[in-house]
Design a protein around this ligand. Structure first.
Ligand SMILES: Cc1cc2nc3c(=O)[nH]c(=O)nc-3n(C[C@H](O)[C@H](O)[C@H](O)COP(=O)(O)O)c2cc1C
Length: 381
């Protein structure tokens, strides 16, 4: 096998190792995947403006976020069903995040009990909350997350209903799998992945387990997979969240400067500008298009993070130049996970760390604090 030198190489390996319906779940967007493509285009259309003859013999790519120092301006984004990519996938991602000294965001739709992450992976962990129709489930998860050492709650606000994921619908993607002849062939052609699944067992949404019985109700599982969330959740309900989560509260999935203003008024601690990697509202703007306006709205006291489409050090440096405090990685680290488990995630994070440091050196910027919007030019070609 040739050496993997980019996120794209890990993507190719993930694609080879995963059955088609799993790769499509990882890769796909909503509807026509317009926003999925737009995320990349918006990043690619920006150019970086370097300065020459600056001492870049030492580069500092560390950041401070919510009172913690991290080695890199990166966070592993919350993703559901990570054990479909590698056995105990949540743990593998969390351990790699700890090794790289960056935060890991654990999804409500994860496959490891949430207590296992701080206990077995250490590091700085945030818990991503989905509020389902039954709000008691969210309350229980918040209490458990706080008791087990998560330092921030990330409320995802762009899933009032599920996006229309055409690839998943075409593939009949659901759990447990319904074995059709086509799927049987797909699985048979990916024996290494199948062996992992047999070893780890069919993933389920263990964090939706009823506290009393320890069982995950099938209804709750179905609801999560259909992403049928509490679609009546509104800004006033943030006080309910606050009652159960007094610590750092981040909203993920903000694309409208008006919402950023409301978040500030509601005392939110941080924002993630995100369109969920193009998986929710298709035809939404790219995160990088709205980022400057949102940063201008909230000022520099509230950290603004960003995700959707980041695959390279240059992509990340562009976002930081525009004022983002950090970038969340969704698919980039999932490609590493699906290709080679924890080792693969380590390798992707190392690639990106080197890439960021090299980019800063080439830019003539020895520390992230010296990046500024003037470093980014919209391409005219
Ligand atoms: C397979 C997959 C599962 C995801 N699951 C969740 C989730 O459970 N909760 C959530 O807030 N976001 C979820 N997301 C969105 C990511 O957190 C993130 O916003 C997105 O992946 C960023 O785009 P990128 O993949 O281009 O980096 C998921 C994304 C993917 C690709």
């Amino acid at each position: 096998m040739s050496v993997s030198i980019s996120v794209g190489d890990f993507r190719a390996r993930a694609r080879r190792r995963l059955p088609r319906l799993i790769f499509d779940y990882l890769e796909g967007g909503a509807d026509e995947e317009l926003t999925l493509q737009r995320n990349r285009r918006a990043i690619e259309l920006l150019c970086l403006r370097p300065s020459a003859l600056v001492d870049v013999s030492r580069i500092d790519a560390s950041i401070e976020l919510f009172g913690q120092r991290h080695a890199l301006p990166l966070v592993i984004a919350p993703t559901g069903l990570n054990s479909l990519f590698w056995p105990d996938g949540d743990l593998a991602l969390a351990r790699a995040a700890t090794a790289a000294n960056i935060p890991f965001a654990m999804s409500s739709a994860s496959n490891a009990r949430l207590e296992r992450i701080p206990a077995e992976a250490g590091g700085v962990n945030w818990f991503q909350l989905y509020v389902m129709g039954d709000r008691k489930t969210a309350e229980r998860m918040m209490i458990r997350a706080q008791a087990s050492g998560y330092t921030a709650l990330m409320l995802t606000v762009d899933v009032p209903v599920g996006g229309y994921r055409q690839r998943d619908l075409k593939n009949g993607f659901k759990l447990p799998f319904k074995i059709t002849p086509g799927l049987a062939l797909d699985l048979a052609l990916h024996p290494r992945w199948l062996a992992g699944l047999l070893q780890g067992g069919m993933p389920s949404f263990v964090n939706l387990a009823d506290a009393g019985t320890g069982k995950t109700s099938l209804e709750a599982q179905a609801a999560l997979l259909n992403r049928s969330m509490d679609s009546s959740l509104v800004w006033e309900n943030l006080s309910w969240i606050r009652r159960h989560w007094p610590g750092t509260l981040i909203l993920k999935g903000i694309l409208n400067p008006d919402d950023a203003r409301l978040a500030k008024e509601h005392g939110i601690d941080g924002l993630v500008v995100s369109n969920h990697g193009g998986r929710q509202l298709d035809a939404a703007q790219a995160s990088m298009e709205v980022l400057p306006e949102i940063i201008a709205t909230v000022g520099d006291r509230m950290p603004v993070l960003v995700d959707s489409g980041f695959r390279r050090g240059t992509d990340i440096v562009k976002a930081l130049s525009l004022g983002a405090r950090a970038v969340l990685l969704g698919r980039a680290t999932l490609y590493g996970l699906a290709a080679d488990g924890e080792r693969g995630v380590n390798a992707v994070l190392q690639l990106l760390a080197d890439d960021i440091v090299r980019t800063l050196a080439l830019m003539g910027v020895p520390a992230l604090g010296q990046l500024a919007p003037a470093r980014v030019i919209r391409a005219s070609l």
